[in-house]
Structure formats: structure tokens, C-alpha cells
Design a protein around this ligand. Structure first.
Ligand code: C5P
Length: 301
């Protein structure tokens, strides 16, 4: 058995997030089209006397280092299923913006799970890993598989999707986070008294992904949580407007926000949108990335 294992895991953007009404369990049925993007966290696991977490990177100070971290919970769940003790040092080299909407916490959960499975030789099947991911959170299964996928149910049932080209993105990172449950509660408040239709994937969007056509994808991007995120954080409208004015093909809130995503026609356009966003004063930082990106992968052992 090797002394340590490192797994690389991508961030995601939701190119379509169709949200249904609240379910009796408090979750919402979704048609959630996930696309993995080339911003990555790396999770390294090393045997230790007891479970502990450390984190490095520009946003490290905002990452919880206790057992609420999904990486710790992943190690505990896998260990419990296999009669082991979760005695590992988990180090997260964090490059995914922490503000929210890019599944950085979910990425760390999926990464820790794959890394612990390799370190402990538990040999969990893909189905078992996906099961544990779904227990950790609605977005965690996608962090494991990457690429592009349609998530149904609360987002955890995945159908892989074909992507026919490379898409270029800019992500504007806001100051401070937005709580995902609060955004869903605001969605419920804004839709109170209306019959929310059952969520469905857009065929135009799936075709745009399959053909790799950024203009068609720009026309089809949709996020039902965007009005709720804007209601809780009205200043995000300024960020969206700044990216659009700088030539982005389309702009939207990423997931439950507050990170905003801008689709560009190519890599050069993405660089210039990022520069304009940085100097606009409407965000903390702006990052360029491309998609699709590979899911959680062991990169060193
Ligand atoms: O599954 P996860 O722990 O990431 O979900 C966080 C919160 O987001 C849930 O507690 C719920 O309030 C909300 N949520 C939801 N419907 C979903 C996914 C998440 O209402 N499909």
C-alpha cells in the first residue's frame, strides 16, 4: 500500500438548472445539466493517527476544517461501510473558488472518497462510490464522473451526455457566499401560489452541447435559481451586465450562486471578458476555464 494518494477533481457549471416544486422531503426535483470545467481541487490522503484536514490555496481560510467538510464525511462513510477507521490526513489544495455555485465542496467529497478507496484498497465498485456520493450531497455524484451529464431526482441520478467541442468560460467570483438552502427557500417564496412545472431538459441545449456550438449553447443557457439568487444578492445583476457588455455570448448565475458564469466564443474572448470583469469592480476575481473536464482522477500514488 502506498503512503499517499492524490486525486484531482473538477468544478462544474450548470448549463441548465430546471427546478420543480418543493418535495415532501424538502428537496426539489431537478433537470440539472452539469458540465465539468477545468478548475480543479486536489485532495491528498495520507495515513495518520486520526482524521484531520488541512487546506491550502488563496481561499483556504474559508474552508471548514472540521467534520462538516464533505471530504471528512466521505472518508467516514467509506470507512464505516468497510469496517475501517477513517484515520487519514486529508489535504485539500484548493483552486476552485469557495464563494459557491461551482461545487467546490462536492468536488472535495468525491476526491476524498476516490483517494481513500485507493489508499485503503477497499475496491468499492463504481455503483458503491456513486451511492456514497449521493449520500454526501446532490452534486457530489457529478463531481466523481465529470464530463457532462443530466442530473434528475434531486440531481444525483446521472445520465452522461455527449459534448462535441470545447466551450470557453469565465467565472466571476463574488465577495461572500450564498447559502444553497436559502436560495431554494427564496425560489419557493418567489413561486408561492404558482404551479411550478415538472423540470425538463431542453432539447435545444442538449443539441448545442452535442454539436459543440457556443452560440446555440448561449441561447439555451437557463437557471431557474437565478431570480432567487438575484433577489438575495441584487449586485450580481451588475456583474452579469459587466460580462455581457465585455462581449460574453451569455451570462448566468452558476448553480445557486453567487459565482456568475460567462460563455465566450473562444479562448481569446474569454481572456478579454475576464480582464474586463476584473477591472469592472463588480467581482472579487475572475477565472477562465474550459469544458468539458474529466471527473475525479487519481493523479499520483
Ligand atoms: O444535497 P445538498 O446537501 O447539496 O443540498 C443542500 C440544500 O440545497 C438542501 O438542504 C436543500 O435545501 C437544497 N436542495 C434542494 N433541492 C435539490 C438540491 C438541493 O432543495 N435538488
Amino acid at each position: 500500500m502506498s503512503a499517499s494518494i492524490t486525486v484531482r477533481v473538477p468544478a462544474k457549471v450548470n448549463v441548465q438548472l430546471a427546478v420543480g416544486g418543493a418535495r415532501p422531503d424538502g428537496f426539489h426535483d431537478l433537470a440539472n445539466v452539469f458540465l465539468a470545467v477545468s478548475l480543479y481541487d486536489e485532495v491528498t490522503v495520507t495515513p495518520a493517527h486520526s482524521l484531520r484536514i488541512t487546506c491550502s490555496g488563496p481561499d483556504a481560510g474559508q474552508v471548514p476544517l472540521d467534520r462538516t467538510n464533505l471530504a471528512a464525511r466521505a472518508a467516514e462513510l467509506l470507512a464505516a461501510r468497510h469496517g475501517l477507521r477513517p484515520d487519514v490526513h486529508l489535504h485539500i489544495a484548493k483552486d476552485i473558488p469557495v464563494a459557491g455555485g461551482m461545487a467546490g465542496g462536492s468536488a472535495d467529497g468525491a476526491g476524498a472518497l476516490l483517494a481513500c478507496d485507493a489508499l485503503w484498497g477497499t475496491g468499492a465498485s463504481r455503483a458503491e462510490l456513486l451511492d456514497i456520493c449521493a449520500e454526501l450531497g446532490s452534486d457530489v455524484p457529478f463531481s466523481l464522473v465529470g464530463g457532462a451529464a443530466l442530473g434528475t431526482g434531486r440531481g444525483e441520478h446521472l445520465t452522461p451526455l455527449e459534448v462535441g467541442g470545447t466551450f470557453h468560460w469565465v467565472f466571476a467570483v463574488a465577495d461572500g457566499g450564498l447559502s444553497t438552502p436559502a436560495v431554494y427557500r427564496e425560489f419557493d417564496r418567489l413561486n408561492a401560489g404558482t404551479a411550478v412545472p415538472a423540470p425538463e431538459a431542453s432539447q435545444a441545449l442538449l443539441t448545442a452541447l452535442r454539436t459543440g456550438d457556443p452560440t446555440a449553447l448561449a441561447d439555451a443557457l437557463a437557471n431557474d435559481l437565478q431570480p432567487a439568487a438575484l433577489s438575495l444578492r441584487p449586485s450580481l445583476a451588475d456583474t452579469l451586465a459587466a460580462g455581457t457588455a465585455a462581449g460574453a455570448l451569455a451570462a448566468l448565475v452558476s448553480g445557486s450562486g453567487p459565482t456568475t458564469a460567462f460563455l465566450a466564443k473562444d479562448a481569446d474572448a474569454a481572456e478579454s471578458v475576464a480582464k474586463a470583469l476584473l477591472s469592472s469592480g463588480t467581482c472579487r476575481t475572475a477565472r477562465v476555464a474550459s469544458s468539458p473536464a474529466e471527473g475525479a482522477t487519481v493523479v499520483s500514488r
